[in-house]
Design a protein around this ligand. Structure first.
Ligand code: PHB
Length: 562
């Protein structure tokens, strides 16, 4: 069961200009995020305290925006929602500028390295370079942890004012179970009860951190998990983020951690601070214009079912981004195409809820924007992203459709929607076939860099699987060139008699082919010509849909195949 927390009721402290539908939409996204990404409509109704008709309209609007997926009675977060967290991370610049250094440190130490920023009285992760993990949990981008239970928290708290300390103490007293931190491990296990210890020793650890310039987490979150953190300063000397090396008591002790890792951590921090110093703010590219027109069109199509003020309000978050870290009201209105008054009310609402901060007439996003779906969505795999697209394609063409990746010299199925059985063997997730004799395999081979493709072709044994299997090496090399040029492969009874299939590539943000998508059928279903005229456009449209999701989801996180 999801933790049930009620939505703050408008009326107390809510500015009169606040946009209620925007607040409701955000409440829905937050409940889904805290529940791990999915809820039934009735659980959502209960968790938000909203009327069913309101939940229906809010979820319908968010689904239309590509932020949620509706599947019968179930609602889940959709990859498109990551556009909001992406706007924050792009505006922040730190993942882009420091990510490379975090990865290098993780490689060198063979330990996980993370970057975290201060968020209220907690820390929020903005980058994870995960290596070996012995512990059961691993945090994701967007996860929020209480400051007192982490190494970075002690560093951030070293700069807290007395007001911030008072706020921290009040929050902990009001929420001793830590329910406001859904990514903490379950607290019902006896070993996960060091909350009191963490709170009690915090001020002392903060004083030490201030003095030393580094901090240690000695199993404050989970038995075995230890971490060493150091601050990264921006050119103005403020703490921009903290970098942590996360280890385990089977490899180090909390006492030996500084001796073993501090010198290398310090070198990494210096490199990071140099990277921040060198960064000259990128010229602000123009924002995502014309969004107001888009929401208007959706309103016309969906009528009462589309809550335009919610769509417009969320659109305001996407006005921010790389080179657009702080914006004036005028710039937000221009980027979104919204009327100034509309943009202003949305900003007031978002600031009231803590997603936007303002300073002398300019606005910026806060780390809390990552609480809008990022942690559960950053666990998404390519096969999960593809699944609803495959289902829609199978329904349109009435044939089986699959996604596969290269595994050695084979293709390996990673997602599939089957309609009846067309092969002598039953294909399931994980099934492998020789790449050279399948449409998906040829698309994947054709997508390899030329040298790698040639090397692979040279070492693969080409056996005839049917009388039609192409086994000549030069012929296959020429065919792969053609597949590369034309962007699809059609294989006709070369893997199994009576089986015909056609495949297209799925590319990541950088243009690399990361998977292949196919439709397979009995050869009596369609002629080769009909496959090209009828199926190829459908396959291309489906691949484009998968790619659109993948490119949003993969901007700041690595998306594994399965
Ligand atoms: C983590 O990156 O998982 C991490 C970092 C610092 C901590 C605990 C965990 O104190």
């Amino acid at each position: 069961m999801p933790p049930t927390r009620t939505v703050p009721t408008p009326g107390t402290g809510v500015p009169p200009e606040a946009v209620t539908p925007l607040m409701r939409g955000i409440a829905v996204v937050r409940r889904l995020t805290d529940a791990g990404g999915a809820l039934s409509l009735s659980d959502l109704e209960r968790a938000t305290g909203l009327a069913r008709s309101t939940v229906d309209r809010v979820t319908g609007t968010l689904a239309r925006m590509g932020y949620l997926r509706l599947d019968g009675r179930d609602v889940s977060l959709a990859p498109g929602l990551m556009a909001l967290g992406n706007a924050y991370l792009a505006a922040l610049r730190l993942p882009e500028l420091l990510g490379r250094h975090a990865e290098a440190l993780a490689d060198e130490l063979d330990e996980s390295v993370s970057l975290a920023v201060s968020d209220g009285d907690g820390i929020r992760f903005i980058r994870q370079a995960t290596r070996r993990r012995t512990m059961s949990l691993s945090f994701r981008i967007g996860d929020l942890l209480p400051a007192e239970r982490t190494a970075p928290g002690a560093l951030f708290a070293a700069g807290w004012s007395s007001v911030q300390w008072k706020r921290w103490a009040a929050h902990r007293a009001a929420d001793p179970e830590g329910l406001g931190f859904p990514s903490l491990p379950p607290r019902d296990r006896p070993e996960n009860k060091p909350l009191g210890r963490a709170v009690a020793g915090f001020e002392e650890r903060v004083a030490q951190a201030r003095e030393r310039g580094w901090a240690v987490d000695d199993q404050l979150i989970e038995p075995g998990l230890i971490a060493l953190a150091a601050p990264v300063h921006d050119p103005e000397g403020r703490v921009a983020c903290a970098v942590s090396v996360v280890s385990h008591t089977s490899r180090h002790s909390a006492a030996s951690l500084p001796d073993a890792l501090l010198p290398r951590l310090r070198t990494a921090v210096e490199a990071m601070e140099r990277a921040l110093l060198r960064d000259s703010p990128a010229p602000a590219p123009s924002g995502p214009a014309g969004l107001a027109a888009w929401t208007g069109a959706s309103k016309q199509q969906l009528g009462r079912g589309f809550v335009e003020s919610l769509a417009r309000g969320l659109t305001v978050l996407t006005a921010f981004g790389e080179g657009r870290g702080t914006l004036t009201l005028t710039a937000v209105a221009e980027a979104t195409g919204l009327a100034r008054a509309t943009a202003r009310r949305a900003l007031i609402t978002l600031e009231h809820l803590g997603y936007v901060a303002s300073d002398a007439g300019t606005f910026r996003l806060t780390p809390q924007v990552l609480a809008l779906g990022f942690p559960p969505l950053s666990r998404t795999t390519l096969s999960q992203i593809a699944a609803p697209h495959l289902a829609a394609l199978a329904q349109r063409v009435h044939d089986s459709t699959s996604l596969a990746v290269l595994a050695g010299d084979d293709v390996q199925y990673t997602a599939r929607v089957a309609t009846g059985r067309i092969m002598s063997v039953n294909i399931t997730i994980g099934t492998r076939f020789p790449a050279y004799a399948t449409s998906m395999g040829r698309v994947l081979l054709a997508g390899l860099p030329p040298a790698e493709r040639a090397a692979r072709l040279a070492r693969t044994e080409l056996r005839p699987l049917t009388p039609r299997t192409l086994t000549g090496r030069p012929e296959l090399a020429a065919l792969l060139d053609r597949v590369h040029r034309e962007g699809y492969a059609l294989v006709d009874e070369e893997l199994e008699e009576g089986l015909r299939s056609i495949a297209v590539p799925v590319r990541d943000r950088g243009g690399a082919v990361v998977a292949a998508l196919n439709v397979a059928m009995h050869s009596s279903r369609r002629s080769v010509g009909e496959c090209v005229t009828g199926l190829l456009p459908e396959l291309r449209a489906t691949a484009a849909g998968i790619e659109a999701d993948l490119h949003v989801a993969g901007r700041f996180t690595r998306i594994p195949a399965v």
